[in-house]
Design a protein around this ligand. Sequence first.
Ligand SMILES: [Zn+2]
Ligand SMILES: [Zn+2]
Length: 363
Amino acid sequence: MKAAVLVQPGQPLAIEELSIAKPGPHEVLIRTSACGLCHSDLHFIEGTYPHPLPAVPGHEAAGVVEAVGSEVRTMKPGDHVVSCLSAFCGHCEFCVTGRMALCLGGDTRRGPGEAPRLTRSGSGEAVNQMLNLSAFAEQMLIHEHACVRIDPDMPLDRAAVIGCAVTTGAGAVFNACKLVPGETVAVIGCGGVGLAAVNAAKIAGAGRVIACDPMPEKRKLAEVLGATDTVDALAEDAAAQVVEMTGGGVDHAIEAVGRQASADLAVKVLRRGGTATILGMMPLDCKVGLGAMDLLSGKKLQGAIMGMNRFPVDLPRLVDFYMRGLLDLDTIIAERIPLSAVNEGFEKMKKGDSARSVIVFDQ
Ligand SMILES: [Zn+2]
Ligand SMILES: [Zn+2]
């Protein structure tokens, strides 16, 4: 099968022929239909987050099951599935207390002594799987706890973006903020994750949804998805504008960029008792904080990895929201590209002026 391989950080991905192993007892072999380009991939491609190489990135995918291992009971060949990097073991303290997004995956990876899932055709050299998935590839071999079956009527290109961006943005609103109808929300950064958060805030009945982004094109998209107001996030008085228009600040500020300045802005726009939720992958030496007066005002700060999802429940619900016309995935997807255009897709992402690019594989 063809796959996009990260050989060296800072270099374009190389399209190579790889071989994929047979499903182990709890594994699923999937024919990949579509995979979104996520900013987290870019961190590994540029080398700001380390990873053993060579490796195949890509983690926002949907496809069709081709084969399942002997112990798999929840899906069968022909089923449509969405993958999620929050592979859960099912028996650790986080899984059994309902916080499965915090699970480190336990035995969902192939262990030492087992054949690697991916190898280079010809040389047989092992190629690392990234985030349990490696979805920039025509096929994926993943643990059954890294994907979930969805409604077969759901278009698979739109299903793909649910696997990371939309789960993260919507999960922040539904799971981490537990938004109460009428509460105000500011979303900082209107890429795929931020736009999903804006849309989810509207679905959840937010009183006011303020989208903050430096790019006018993205602020326009946010309005289509349900933003009631927009602010240029780089304006000198961006925080003051949000505080002014909400009469003291927002109940929830959601950061969806992964930069120090945008995380600081999320804290600055809170009203008394408000909560800042940081979703972005910031450079590893960054710190966000609350000052003495913030703490005396009952403000809170939290991380929400992957939207604190319970993806086997959340993903089918998000699919249902799309099918009912509530979740607007058509606006979130900016373009569909072939696997061979993956590097150009990431170049576009670096410029930051469009929403999501999605690789669509030939069927
Ligand atoms: Zn992602
Ligand atoms: Zn676990």
